[in-house]
Structure formats: C-alpha cells, structure tokens
Design a protein around this ligand. Structure first.
Ligand code: NAD
Length: 384
C-alpha cells in the first residue's frame, strides 16, 4: 500500500513503516557514533515507543549496551488503516537492536493496569532475574483506575484563565487563545493521570515481586520552561501533576532506602512530540525556540537529549540543588530566552516564517510519523 500523511490538527492519523524504521535507524546511528558509557544493563522503559521514552530505550541500549524491555500502548494495523508510529518504531527497534546483538522485548497494552505490571514482572523474573533501571516516560490523556473508572487529564490553568498567542496548527496562523481554568476535580484527575501515582505503583510492584536490583535507579520526565509558558504548563494542571511527580521521587527514595533505590526526575527540553503538540501556546514557543537554538548551535532532538542524559548526567549524577537532572539547561540559557522575549510580542502570521522555525516544527512533526525522510521512497508500496 502507498501510505501518505493524513494530518488532522495536531495529529497525523497515518504512519509510514519504512519511515519509522528510518527514524529509529538514525537515532541508533547517532548513539553509535557518540560511543559507550558505563551504566545499568537491564532497563525497563515504560512509555518506550515514541518521543523521550523511545530515545531513552535507544540511548541505554547503545550507550550502556543494556538489554531493554519496553511498555507502550499502540495500535496495530487493521485493514487499510496503518498502525501507529509507536507500533512501527517498536518493531523497528526490536529488529535493529537484535541485529546488533541486544536483547529487546516489548509489551503493548495499558501500562496503568495491574495485568501489564504482572506480565512485565513475570518476563523480568524469567529472562533477567532483576532490572536495575526503570525509565518512566508515559504520557497519556487518560487512565483507567483499578476499580474500572476512567479519569482524564486536562491542559488548563489553575486560578485564573490565561490569554496569549498561539499557533493554529491547521493554518499556521498566529492567533490568540484563552486557556480556561480547571476546577478541582479536573486538577485532581490530571494529577492521577500524569502525576507520580502510577510510577510509584510500578516501583512498588517490582520491589514486592523482588525483581528490582539493590541500588537500582528510576527516572521520570518533567518540563518547567520559561515564564511565557508557565500559566499553561508549570503553574497549570500539567504542572500540578509534575509537582506530584517530584514529591513521588522524593517519597520513593525514602520508602525504598533499604533497597538503595534512587528515584530521579529529569527536566527535559521542549520538543515536538505527539504529547507536546496538544498543548496550547507550546507549539508556537517551540517554533521560536528551534530557530534560536539552531542558530546558536544548541538545538537537540529527543535522542540527543536522552543520550546526553544517560551518557553524561546520569553517570556523573550531575543534578541541580533540588536533585533534578536539568536537560533544559541549554533551553533556559539567558542568551536563548532573551531572544525569545525579544520576538514573542512581535510574532504575527506574516512574520512567523522569518522569526520562527515553522518549517523545522513541521519537519519534526511529519518525521514523528515516518514521513519526509529524503532517503525513503514514498511512492513505493509498503507492507503496513
Ligand atoms: P509521547 O507521546 O511521545 O510518548 C508517550 C509514550 O507513552 C508512548 O510510548 C505511548 O505509547 C505511551 N503510553 C501512553 N499511554 C499509555 C498507556 N496507557 N500504557 C502504556 N503506555 C502508554 O510523549 P513524550 O513527549 O515523549 O513524553 C514523555 C514524558 O516526557 C512525559 O512525562 C512528558 O511530560 C515528558 N516531557 C516532554 C517534553 C516535550 O516537550 N515533549 C518535555 C519535557 C518532558
């Protein structure tokens, strides 16, 4: 079948299998070129199929030479409907990693569920004995709880509504958006979906089943960003969930001190992923950021960020005063943020192409779904 992109707002409903393989291949090539580092050898990645989780899985495999298990929630192809990008990425990763002699086993299903936790525990017990690093990179719109009820996360403000510029991803026009205020229930639900509760349930389940090694580590991801995004991110509903994630990391390090567990949060850079495209204001900020960081020679994608995390900061345990890994260090440099401040008020539909890297934004967007790779022949039939 010939597969073409079908973009609807901030999502593409098709994915290209050969393009997704190319994406994984390039990420692997980057890590191979950068070289090895000393680190954990049995790594479980939860949320492993796209974005930061996929980058983590590739980085630990090729930097540490680690065996990996990956959990994700992706859709298989059906009839003429392609699978999701994460599905193809996972297949491609397994194939390429195994060709290079690495163990890679993947699980597709709801990571929030007890059943998935039990399946993974059984696999660790049988294949590894114990895991020594758990990466938690799940980003989900909703979560089904143990009692069967489903709660959804929202991207809203806390306290008062917030109006600012955004980009309409359907038309590339700069418009204004007013982000509404969340009520208490929405805040609590967002915390349950995107906070640390499920991360802690995973770690507890692994410890109770005795499949987590002594002195193991776990890391989950967060974002802070500059003032212009605070109302919608850091101080908004998603930020409340991230606060819960920080508290969870501290609580887990205490709770499992007898095991020597270290629970970390890594604060990463703003990047185009399926999750970040859904947040108002953030895509406009990202397109300005890309332009400036590329000009300053500071731009990184998921794989560059995750390689830097695992080959560098995680090895030397270089954290800030609060104990977080700061992969947003380059994004938040004064010379970058001062340039964002200087253009933010001026940016319009007419000058966005000049002030921002809108092309770079869309290139990353299409490539996330396996499109726009110059060495993939999209006119060829592919098996979906
Ligand atoms: P993403 O959408 O690319 O990846 C999400 C992953 O979660 C996928 O592998 C998906 O299959 C998996 N997933 C979703 N629901 C699941 C479920 N029910 N069960 C199992 N797996 C499930 O997202 P991302 O942007 O890479 O985000 C990962 C983490 O990084 C999040 O915590 C996010 O807040 C954080 N982060 C993102 C950015 C950014 O700009 N994108 C910046 C900093 C931090």
């Amino acid at each position: 079948m010939i597969v073409e992109p079908k973009v609807k707002g901030f999502i593409c409903t098709t994915a290209h299998p050969a393009g997704c393989e190319e994406s994984v291949r390039r990420q692997i090539a980057y890590c191979k070129e950068k070289g090895k580092a000393e680190g954990p050898k049995k790594v479980l990645v939860i949320g492993a199929s796209t974005g930061y989780g996929l980058g983590s899985r590739i980085a630990v495999t090729y930097a540490y030479g680690a065996d990996t298990m990956g959990v994700s929630f992706e859709r298989e192809a059906k009839g003429k409907r392609t699978a999701t990008a994460g599905w193809y990425n996972t297949k491609a990763f397994e194939k390429l990693a195994r060709e290079d002699g690495y163990y890679a086993r993947s699980f597709n299903g709801d990571g929030f569920s007890r059943e998935m936790k039990d399946q993974v525990i059984e696999a660790i017990r049988q294949d590894w004995g114990k895991a020594d690093l758990v990466v938690y990179s799940m980003a989900a719109p909703r979560r089904t709880l143990a009692d069967g009820t489903t709660v959804s996360s929202v991207l809203k403000t806390v306290g008062e509504e917030f109006t600012n510029k955004t980009i309409d991803l359907k038309t590339n026009e700069i418009t204004e958006v007013t982000v509404p205020v969340a009520d208490e229930e929405e805040i609590q639900n967002t915390i349950r979906v995107m906070g640390g509760e499920d991360w802690q349930e995973w770690i507890r389940a692994l410890v109770e089943a005795d499949v987590l090694a002594d002195n193991a580590s776990t890391v989950a991801y967060s974002y802070i960003g500059p003032a212009v995004t605070h109302a919608i991110y850091k101080d908004g509903t998603i930020g409340q969930a991230k606060k819960h994630l920080y508290e969870t990391s501290r609580n887990m390090t205490k709770e499992f001190a007898h095991k020597g567990l270290q629970a970390y949060v890594s604060v990463n850079k703003a990047l185009v992923t399926q999750s970040s495209a859904a947040i108002p204001i953030v895509p406009l900020y990202i397109s300005l950021l890309y332009k400036i960081m590329k000009e300053e020679g500071l731009h990184e994608g998921c794989i560059e960020q995750m390689y830097r995390l695992f080959a560098d900061k995680f090895v030397t345990k270089e954290t800030d005063a609060e104990g977080y890994f700061r992969l947003d260090d380059w994004e938040l440099q004064d010379k970058v943020q001062e340039r964002i401040d200087a253009v933010w008020d001026r940016v319009t539909t007419e000058n966005i192409k000049e002030l921002g890297d809108i092309e770079g934004y869309w290139e990353d967007f299409y490539q996330m779904f396996g499109f726009h790779y110059d060495n993939v022949d999209y006119s060829e039939d592919v098996e979906i």
